[in-house]
Write a protein that binds this ligand. Structure first.
Ligand code: HRO
Length: 310
């Protein structure tokens, strides 16, 4: 069951929804996504218990994007499970992101979520870069395999993974080799580029408090990396695994590029934080305009059809 079957048949806008993180932690924020043109609702990554997260300032917007070290602030997974029946009233898929602080937590949460009505899919976050002392599972291929083996003993709900960006070609092959061994529904590429640094030159200081100012980077500069990760996993994995594009999307043209690389759906993070939920209607309209101009009636007409130079 690829994500495409989960969101299949929805209007074009179903292919555009919120990235986990910005404006999706409380019921009010999730309602706003539900009431917008977003084609689905995705929760903030959930842990076993409610978390306050890192001390503020922990998010900073720049002209080109954002830096964050939120530290997984969330209401705890039960809150997002309880929200599912409300999510159903918006007639669009509802996904819960899971980022347990350890393998046992991930298994416990996913066992509780699996099979639950109104939970359309689970996005297992393998790539949170901001919990001090916790390495990103997604950069440890053997640990990723161990976790997925534990998870797939218990899960029936469609499940995908949220991956960190990879930069070295053998790493794509190594992670794809792990993913091929499991019935994953989708792969979301990418999470923020971990541990960047943004400086305020007037104050001659960093701009966020946690981790001496180090945080995940989102926005314009990460689009080339996001596109490469979408393209690589699209070419390496079976076509029944949907690739969800995330990273640097703020216009219809950015969505067009992600789909050309092979994305079946896309998520908006930094731009959602800047513009609010109105971004979905704007971006979807821009994409429809671009498709009309190019004579494409639907996404499959150009999905994955990026050309190389012969
Ligand atoms: O600090 C965060 O909460 C966070 N921040 C990110 O940029 N990606 C994540 O997956 C998470 Cl979980």
């Amino acid at each position: 069951t690829s994500l495409a079957t989960v969101v299949a048949g929805c209007p074009l806008s179903s292919c555009l929804y919120n990235a986990s993180g910005p404006l999706c932690t409380t019921a009010a924020e999730l309602d706003a996504v539900g009431s917008s043109e977003a084609g689905a609702i995705l929760s903030k990554s959930a842990t076993l218990e409610k978390r306050q997260g890192n001390p503020s300032p922990r998010y900073f917007e720049t002209t080109w994007g954002s830096i964050n070290s939120m530290g997984l602030p969330n209401e705890g997974y039960r809150y997002y499970l309880d929200y599912a029946k409300r999510a159903a009233t918006f007639n669009k898929p509802y996904f819960i992101s899971v980022s347990g602080l350890g393998f046992e937590d991930n298994v416990a949460i996913i066992r509780a979520l699996s099979g639950q009505e109104h939970v359309s899919a689970i996005e297992l976050n393998l790539s949170c870069p901001n919990v001090p002392g916790k390495p990103q599972t997604g950069y440890d291929f053997e640990q990723s395999r161990v976790l997925l083996e534990m998870i797939f003993e218990h899960v029936t709900t469609p499940l995908g993974v949220k991956l960190p960006p990879y930069f070295d070609l053998p790493h794509f092959e190594m992670m794809a080799a792990v993913l091929r061994d499991f019935p994953i529904a989708f792969v979301t590429c990418i999470n923020s580029i971990g541990n960047g640094l943004v400086i305020d030159t007037d104050q001659e200081s960093v701009v966020i408090k946690p981790k001496s100012g180090f945080g995940g980077i989102g926005g314009d500069f990460i689009k080339p990396t996001a596109l490469a990760n979408v393209r690589k996993f699209y070419t390496l994995l079976d076509k029944d695994v949907a690739i969800i594009g995330c990273g640097g999307i703020k216009s219809g043209m950015d969505v067009f590029e992600h789909i050309l690389c092979g994305a079946s759906a896309v998520q908006v993070g930094t731009q959602l934080m800047r513009e609010g939920v109105g971004c979905f209607a704007r971006i979807a309209a821009e994409l429809r305009e671009i498709m009309g101009g190019k004579g494409y009636r639907d996404i499959d007409s150009f999905k994955g059809k990026l050309k190389t130079l012969e």
